[in-house]
Structure formats: C-alpha cells, structure tokens
Design a protein around this ligand. Structure first.
Ligand SMILES: Nc1ncnc2c1ncn2[C@@H]1O[C@H](COP(=O)(O)OP(=O)(O)OP(=O)(O)O)[C@@H](O)[C@H]1O
Ligand SMILES: [Mg+2]
Length: 158
C-alpha cells in the first residue's frame, strides 16, 4: 500500500498561493493529476495559475467555466478542468478523464469534490481553506497538500 504524506502551508495573500503552485510544478511529471478541493474563492484558480507559470505556460489561464476543459501548452501540456457546474457524476464521466490522465500532460481539477470517486489513487490532493471565520484575516488560506510519500513535497514552499 502506497503511503501518503501531507504538508501544510499557510499563505498570507494570493501571491503566496500562486508561488506555492509555481513551486510544486518543479516536482511534476507527465500524467500527474492535481485535484483541488475548497470553497468558492479559496484560491484554486490562483494556485492553478501558479502551477501553469511554473510549467512554462504563457497562455492566459482562466477558469474553464464554459469549455469544461482548457488546454495550455508549457513544458508539457496542461489540462485544466472545473467541475463546479458538473453536479451529476454522469456529466463528469462524459469528460473521458482517463484520456486526459494518460495523454502525457498535467491535469488540474478545480472542484474535485464533485467527482472524487473518478480520480486515480495516486494524485496530488490540494485542499484550500479560507479560515477567515476563525482569524478574521480574509487574505489567509491554509493549503494542505497530500501526495504519495515518494514524491518530493518537503521542498514545496510559498
Ligand atoms: N492567500 C490567498 N490565496 C489565494 N487567493 C487569495 C488569498 N487571499 C486573498 N485571495 C483572493 O481570493 C480570491 C481567490 O480566487 P480564485 O478564483 O482563485 O478562487 P477559486 O477557489 O478558484 O474560486 P471558484 O470556486 O469560484 O473557482 C482572489 O480574488 C484572490 O485575490
Ligand atoms: Mg476557480
């Protein structure tokens, strides 16, 4: 059984969340899947933009609201999904995720909670949390990143 490891990073503003995404890009290989979990405004798109920057994407990265999947080209292809509107599992099944997961690029999924059961075991799981209710600080986010323990997470930073 593959062991998982979790690291936690608290970011004090969007730039730090962006940089965390940029930093993780250094440790990604073709076929990796990044599943992003977290409420509206928790920073999933900001994080995705950072990953894309780190992967050398020069296209403008926006949420794929109407297209379901947005493709960018960097050092390797990037497939950016947003499951927000896909409230029925059937709609997600229609996307043919396995095709993208095996296409030699990096898949990044916003609102992964909508289709968690369709994701492979070996993913980077990124949970973003606005805990402003507790702190009163609306610029702060907690990022919990979980990945198989043989993936280098210690060097990921903001
Ligand atoms: N520490 C932080 N990290 C990330 N974003 C932050 C932070 N502090 C404030 N923000 C702001 O929060 C917003 C995050 O927006 P973003 O679009 O990334 O959220 P999202 O999780 O993708 O939301 P949605 O579910 O609507 O797709 C931005 O306006 C950003 O400037
Ligand atoms: Mg978003």
């Amino acid at each position: 059984m593959t062991k998982l490891k979790t690291i936690e990073i608290v970011t004090a503003g969007w730039e730090a969340t962006f940089r965390t995404g940029q930093s993780i890009a250094n440790f990604l290989y073709p076929g990796d899947v990044l599943a992003l979990f977290g409420d509206l405004g928790s920073g999933k798109t900001v994080f995705t933009k950072g990953v894309c920057k780190g992967l050398g994407v020069t296209d403008v990265v926006t949420s794929p609201t109407f297209t379901l999947v947005q493709e960018y080209s960097g050092r390797m292809p990037v497939y950016h999904f947003d499951f927000y509107r896909l409230t029925a599992l059937h709609d997600i099944e229609m996307l043919d995720l396995d095709y993208y997961f095996n296409a030699g690029g990096i898949s990044i999924i916003e609102w992964a909670e909508r289709g968690e059961q369709l994701l492979p075991f070996s993913i980077f799981r990124i949970e973003l949390d606005c805990y402003s209710e507790n702190t009163g600080d609306f610029e702060k986010r907690r990022l919990r990143i979980t990945a198989p323990s043989d993936r280098i997470l210690d060097q990921v930073s903001s």
